[in-house]
Design a protein around this ligand. Structure first.
Ligand code: WAQ
Ligand code: MG
Length: 251
């Protein structure tokens, strides 16, 4: 049904590569047919070079071919936006939403604490939704969802429906949140950006969709990240394998 798809991943740092202590500047993931490969790779490079976090001196772009029969098609999560007036109100709403999804208070406190800290993980931290314990052993790298993107038609339809949201940042976050929400054992994701200029974050789940909260940190704050809350019966290898290996296309 689709052209042969390619996964493109980018990561950028300042002061050397991430694993040599460089400060993470920017990252991105997408899945495109061959006709869009060059243009998209160029756009990724531009994203790395023009980022408000800093001046990248290490940029890695990885391109991989995926066989089209391995691609899972998913509809994007539905989007709602909750306008809040302060970080305090935003955090309060986040707690309420996570509680309603069955995440324990301890797990909420631990997750919010991780995102508030200035330690920037390159990927997400996986927490037990009941104990709040960290379950992955990936250290500062965390777990990265990869091999995902919009189909051309899917993005055209979605961006017409949600014209006011159709920025590259939000479109990328919807892809990630949709793939992650469909992972086995997944309960909820909490996210806000580490970009100091961007203060809207979200809580996503298959149950509630993608719920944006307009104020989760103050401008100028470099904190941010992602937390994946999982159920107690999680099989970590299976969970991480889905996030890293299964190619997902939003349609
Ligand atoms: N897999 C897992 N975690 C990731 C990935 C990935 N592929 N990419 C980024 N992260 C983690 C990592 O810790 C980043 O520091 C953190 O997420 C934030 O990434 O208005 O822009 O790309 O609806 O800065 C959400 C709200 C914006 C959008 C999120 O995230 C809206 C954003 P950023
Ligand atoms: Mg970022």
């Amino acid at each position: 049904m689709y052209d042969r798809m390619y996964s493109i991943r980018m990561r950028a740092a300042e002061g050397g590569p991430h694993e040599q202590g460089g400060l993470h500047i920017s990252g991105g993931e997408t899945l495109v047919p061959k006709v869009l490969l060059e243009e998209t790779t160029k756009n990724m490079l531009q994203k790395a070079l023009n980022h408000s976090r800093g001046d990248a001196d290490f940029i890695q772009v990885i391109v991989e071919k995926i066989s089209s029969n391995e691609v899972v098609s998913l509809a994007p999560l539905s989007v709602t936006t909750e306008a809040v007036k302060s970080v305090e109100e935003g955090h309060h709403r986040s707690v309420e939403i996570l509680q309603s999804l069955g995440v324990s208070n301890k797990a909420i406190t631990n997750g919010m604490g991780l995102l508030k800290s200035t330690t920037n993980f390159r990927g997400a931290v996986v927490l037990s939704a009941s104990s709040g314990e960290r379950l992955d052993d990936r250290g500062l790298r965390g777990v990265r969802a990869t091999r995902m993107g919009w189909s051309h038609e899917g993005y055209a339809r979605w961006s017409a429906l949600y014209a006011e949201l159709a920025s590259p940042r939000i479109a990328e976050a919807i892809v990630l949140a949709t793939k992650v929400a469909h992972a086995p054992f997944m309960i909820a994701e909490l996210c806000w950006s580490d970009d100091p200029e961007y203060i809207t974050g979200y809580i996503s789940s298959q149950q509630n969709g993608y719920v944006r909260i307009t104020h989760l940190k103050e401008k100028g704050d470099f904190s941010g990240g992602r937390v994946f809350y999982v159920s107690d019966d999680v099989q970590m290898e299976h969970f991480i394998d889905f996030l890293e290996q299964t190619a997902v296309l939003l349609v």
